[in-house]
Design a binder for this molecule. Sequence first.
Ligand code: ME8
Length: 519
Amino acid sequence: MTMTKPYYLTTPIYYVNDKPHIGHAYTTLACDLLARFKRLDGFDVMFLTGTDEHGQKVQEAADKAGIDPRSFTDSVSQNFRHLLGVMNFSNDQFIRTTEARHYASSQALWTRLQERGHIRLDKYAGWYSVRDEAFFTETELVDGKAPTGAPVEWVEEPSYFFDLSKWQQPLLDFYEENPNFIAPEGRKKEVISFVSGGLKDLSVSRTTFDWGVPVPGDDGHVMYVWLDALTNYLTALDWHEDGDDFKKFWPANLHVVGKDILRFHAVYWPAFLMAAELPLPARVFAHGWWTNEGEKISKSLGNVIDPLKLVEEYGLDQTRYFLMREVPFGRDGDFVPDQMIQRINSDLANDIGNLAQRTLSLVFKNLDGQMPAFPKQLQPEDVALIKATDSLLDAVRSEMDKQAFHEVLRLIWDVITKANRYIDQAAPWALKKTDPARMADVLAILLETIRQVAILIQPVMPGSAARLLDQLLIEEGMRDFTSLGSAGRMQGDNDTSPKTISKPEGVFPRYVDESGEGA
Ligand code: ME8
């Protein structure tokens, strides 16, 4: 397969003030799903994630732990790296903002902005929320706190400013000319209304602490952590060295972020890039937030959901499937363990698990394990199922490009439901004595549907899909999307080596709780 089309997608880089939680795993999972999908669909993918290691918040966390910030970030950053392995994430890079290449790149961006006259020295006097790492005006405060509920402190210090106010109209024009830049639609309206309300120049340096990238030519200042952090998307492509990756992958196709940080990505970031005369990313998608059984997730409430525990309790692919299927991507979601169990037992164990297990067991028992050839003549019900299966890719691809991951899975499960109806109606187990030829055809139709479904679910459940494809004897080179549709049908007559399957083993176990009860 020739890979020509580049596709660059990014997660936010996470603050290393604490351990990763479900929210971090969720964003990276969504990107992993998309990255894997795009690779299978023939794209040359660059999938970036990493950690955001500067700023007052991280410095304070290091102080609290009694360690210097560099050693502290070295250690906490490892927790995020560890999560990648546990969740089977396929990122191509893991960036840390404490890397030398990132200092060079953020300083290069600063210099570019300064040379173009967009940065001036002045004095900041106003409110700052360390938790949000954000400045707020008096009128933005709600009951003396940041709109997020975070405490604010009064800050007065010399500061460099970026001329954000000048970019109000260019940004509004850009949103209008690029209607897909911000998604979902509702979030886009919020951003437009924020920008329409007027933009103030942005303080982009701090002097009251020093854990950050030094401002070029003025060591008394470190860069505002968000200017430093956003630049990571360029650093990873070796932008300041005019790297090949930059030429190939910039502008990014997609930044996936939580709704909490949309403003930074959809307002500040494009303004910085316009001012620096660099191309703008194609799209920013803001997803919703998870709550835990109705409650906001917070350390003080002690209800933080640890993704490592989810994987241990429910299984890796089960957790991945649930997080992507349960909540429409873009909306807020509530984590309820019973719903997880319901999805595992119904969508996975029953719908796809039983379908595959029943079909493969019949091939194993009634056909001595010999894979039946795809029929030469199809009955109307065969045509209906195969048509639905063959047309999945186009439908799924279009939902993927809208980041409607739940919809992608719903479409695939529609076909699984059709296949289950087909097997119930055709009842191949009853055909062994009466019509063995038809039985073989029915099983071939089912195998073909399962083959394509297994290829299509690789992005969400890579491990389980691989086990299923192994059982179906699908070679490694026949698992990308070029093998979907009629291209990868089982050959039958012309196949010189009849394929014999081994005794099938269930790929999607039921969830059974400690008392031995499934839900
Ligand atoms: O904001 N539900 O880092 P951060 C869903 N360093 N997603 C959640 C979530 C929840 N309850 N909680 C957090 C930062 N997230 C900056 C980003 S980018 C240049 C710099 C996810 O560690 C969501 O993706 O606070 C959110 O945007 C991100 O974690 C915030 O991570």
